[in-house]
Design a protein around this ligand. Structure first.
Ligand code: SF4
Ligand code: SF4
Length: 331
């Protein structure tokens, strides 16, 4: 597998309108809100998750919903990740691609830079478009300070400054502001260090991005990544899937579509439920519990196999997948 998402918490300190991690029932247009109390994954459960993840992948993420750096054990979990990586006997590593909203980076950045197990940091800077400018600007400044430190201390670290809000005109002012600040921070004014005109140092603008060019290299391994905002699938009733499962072998027609979930990735929620993908924050495709079975066993269960076979045959067999717009990207 390319990666396993481990949701170490579903707590977040921001309340983005496009995310189910907001306050239940208060957001226009959201149909998949989280109503349950928020929790932090226990260290015992985390240890089980990370150990099991190492049996199927070389890369983990620390989110489905939530802001991972808010977990009180975040630094310890980085250490545990390193331990599990170093203990592998197959010659492979286990590395973290951290996705964070960046609001805690001034205090969590040191531990992140010090951990060789962190391979990549993705900053969800599109989240700042909904904050008051002063607060957004402070957050961005912290993120850019971290980028400059990383360029010196960890030149091997990949950093993505994400602007996943293509098509949302209300974010344009923020996007332009952010690019201006990035250009300032990295001296992208169209001239090189000898003060000669140099296209390679041209300021980054929104015009640099399109559906075929979503990533722009700012410096070293620091990128700006623009993409469309994805929509969370609708919650469904599990009984509809069970009813269809019993029809396996008979002639049943399913909506057409495919997805790479269960082949390239899966996710483990903060309570230990294993789900098919990182969009399933509420456990609509709960395949098993990581404390009861190994990850390999869960991924080869009849339900997982049925869904995976469906994808291979261009059939969206699970109702949750049938409401998913993300899978429309895959032909
Ligand atoms: S910062 Fe991320 S997890 Fe938090 S509310 Fe926004 S999108 Fe959701
Ligand atoms: S089709 Fe959508 S909901 Fe289903 S597994 Fe893929 S990403 Fe998840």
């Amino acid at each position: 597998m390319n990666g396993v998402y481990i949701e170490i918490t579903d707590v977040c300190n921001l309340h983005c309108s496009f995310c189910p991690c907001g306050d239940p029932g208060t957001k226009a247009g959201m149909t998949t809100r989280v109503a349950a109390p928020r929790t932090f994954m226990s260290s015992k459960l985390f240890e089980r998750c990370i150990t099991e993840a190492a049996t199927v992948t070389e890369q983990v993420y620390f989110h489905v919903l939530g802001e991972p750096t808010l977990h009180p054990g975040f630094s310890l979990y980085l250490k545990k990740l390193e331990e599990v990586s170093n203990a592998r006997t197959d010659g492979k590593k286990l590395q973290l691609n951290l996705t964070t909203n960046g609001t805690t980076i001034a205090r969590s950045g040191k531990a992140i830079l010090a951990s060789p197990a962190v391979r990549q940091v993705n900053f969800s800077t599109h989240a700042y478009a909904e904050l008051p400018l002063e607060e957004a600007a402070e957050n961005l400044q912290d993120v850019l300070d971290f980028c400059r430190m990383a360029a010196v201390e960890r030149p091997d670290l990949y950093i993505n400054l994400r602007l996943w809000n293509v098509g949302d005109e209300s974010s344009n002012a923020w996007n332009n502001y952010m690019l201006e600040q990035v250009n300032k921070a990295f001296g992208r004014d169209g001239t090189n260090e000898n003060h000669n005109a140099d296209e390679n140092c041209a300021p980054v603008t929104l015009e640099h991005f399109c559906s075929r060019h979503k990533s722009f290299l700012v410096e070293g391994r620091i990128y700006i990544h623009q993409d469309s905002r994805f929509e969370w699938p609708e919650q469904v009733s599990g009984s509809r899937f069970e009813a269809r499962e019993t029809l396996e072998g008979q002639s049943v027609s399913y909506p057409k579509g495919t997805c790479r979930a269960l082949d390239t990735h899966c996710a483990i929620l903060h309570d230990g439920r294993v789900v098919a993908c990182c969009l399933d924050h509420s456990g609509q495709i709960a395949l098993g519990h990581i404390q009861e079975k190994s990850l390999s066993e869960i991924l080869s269960s009849p339900m997982a196999t049925n869904i995976r076979d469906g994808f291979a045959n261009h059939e969206l067999r699970h109702p949750f997948c049938q409401s998913c717009k993300f899978c429309k990207r895959f032909k």
